[in-house]
Design a protein around this ligand. Structure first.
Ligand SMILES: Nc1ncnc2c1ncn2[C@@H]1O[C@H](COP(=O)(O)OP(=O)(O)O)[C@@H](O)[C@H]1O
Ligand SMILES: [Mg+2]
Length: 200
């Protein structure tokens, strides 16, 4: 079982269909007993609706947190960066919580990151706020998502531009694994130590 703290920064990548979301829900979510907000812009997580409280805008998120809700599914009705930034602000101000961002590349780019997303990445730890950024496209993600992370989960990637972006955090002897891993297998990297992990 990976040792990932709820106030840490985790970067999860791999081409589409390799098992990022499945692993995150099955392995990572149960590790965090505190407040968890799962951002689901593609509305792919209806399976969480039984156990998670559904909100669709920053105001509803704020009210749910104030009411003491601990497991929250955020399915935004507005896909704008303004809505996203405000959601990050609400979580940062609340403190002691973990934000899961499935499809993180929809809300940043290689050159731009929203103010409150950046605040969580750079200053969240001291407020007890952790974040898990998932993406199939590291090339389109802001460098902070990788440079500030302590935990890396790397499933198979295919494109050289994506591999180039994450290669520097992978120990040399594991770099060929990035494009040879089988589906649902992944590299788990912490403190420059990598392990190949089998499916859950
Ligand atoms: N460890 C696993 N064992 C069996 N099936 C899996 C596993 N991981 C993922 N899958 C299946 O593979 C498909 C793609 O997984 P998903 O997590 O949605 O991929 P991604 O988020 O990387 O695009 C899903 O149908 C999922 O149920
Ligand atoms: Mg997914």
């Amino acid at each position: 079982m990976p040792n990932i703290l709820s106030n840490s920064r985790t970067f999860i990548t791999g081409k589409t269909g390799v098992g990022k979301t499945y692993w995150t829900k099955k392995v990572l979510l149960p590790l965090f007993p505190g407040i968890v907000v799962y951002h689901d812009p593609k509305l792919e997580c209806d399976d969480l609706k039984g156990t998670f409280y559904l909100v669709t805008c920053p105001k509803e998120l704020h009210n749910a947190l104030e009411a003491g809700r601990k497991k929250i599914l955020y399915q935004p009705k507005d896909l704008s960066w303004i809505d996203f930034n405000e959601m990050c602000r609400v979580i940062y101000m609340k403190g002691n919580s973990t934000l899961f961002l499935d499809e993180a590349a929809l809300f940043c780019s290689a050159s731009e990151i929203n103010e409150w997303h950046q605040n969580i990445m750079c200053r969240g730890r001291s407020r007890g706020v952790g974040i898990v950024n998932l993406t199939q496209r590291p090339r389109s993600c802001h460098a902070l998502l990788i440079s500030e992370a302590e935990n890396f989960i790397i499933f198979r990637l295919q494109l050289q531009t994506d591999i180039a972006k994450v290669k520097y955090i992978v120990p040399v002897e594991y770099q060929d694994k990035i494009y040879t891993l089988e589906d649902y297998n992944y590299l788990f990297i912490q403190d420059n130590i990598a392990k190949v992990m089998r499916p859950c």
